[in-house]
Design a protein around this ligand. Structure first.
Ligand SMILES: [Zn+2]
Length: 154
């Protein structure tokens, strides 16, 4: 049986997709306080399940999950923090023009988006990590860290 806590080797597969989206970080001190967009690069790493086989998951199936769960909703959308009055105002204008927008209950930092995508994907695949590149050089990672949690409890 797979035991991440004891450092047993583990097979994983990864799939990458890209999508374009606009966002704004209200009250941010830098340039990101302005409406802007990114071509996000999302890499999802999936771990083998307890039932060992020669395939963690069919790449085609993983691609379809990314299409259904992430791309169908987030590609070419305005991602906004529904707790921000400014961002809701912008979203209202976008809604009046019948353009795609995605309300989220948090600031749309790469870190929060990576965590959100992990949680969205978790019911569909045995996700181990989500890496979200906001730019080619800047990546936020959200991963299942059973090792750290286990050691923190001891
Ligand atoms: Zn940005």
């Amino acid at each position: 049986m797979l035991d991440i806590q004891k450092g047993f080797p583990m097979l994983t597969v990864s799939k990458e997709c890209r999508f374009d989206a606009a966002h704004v970080l209200t009250n941010h001190a830098g340039h990101c306080k302005n409406l802007h967009g990114h071509t996000y690069r999302l890499i999802v790493e999936v771990a083998e399940s307890a039932a060992a086989s020669d395939m963690v998951m069919d790449f085609k199936d993983l691609k379809q999950v990314l299409r259904d769960v992430i791309l169908a909703r987030f590609d070419h959308a305005f991602l906004y923090d529904e707790t921000s009055a400014v961002e809701c105002d912008i979203a209202g204008t976008i809604a009046r023009h019948d353009m795609r927008r995605v309300p989220l209950p948090f600031r749309t930092t790469a870190e929060n988006l990576a965590r959100h995508f992990f949680r969205e994907l978790a019911p569909h695949v045995n996700v181990l990590a989500v890496h979200l590149y906001e730019t080619p050089e800047s990546c936020a990672t959200y991963r299942n860290c059973r090792e750290r949690r286990a050691s923190a409890l001891q």
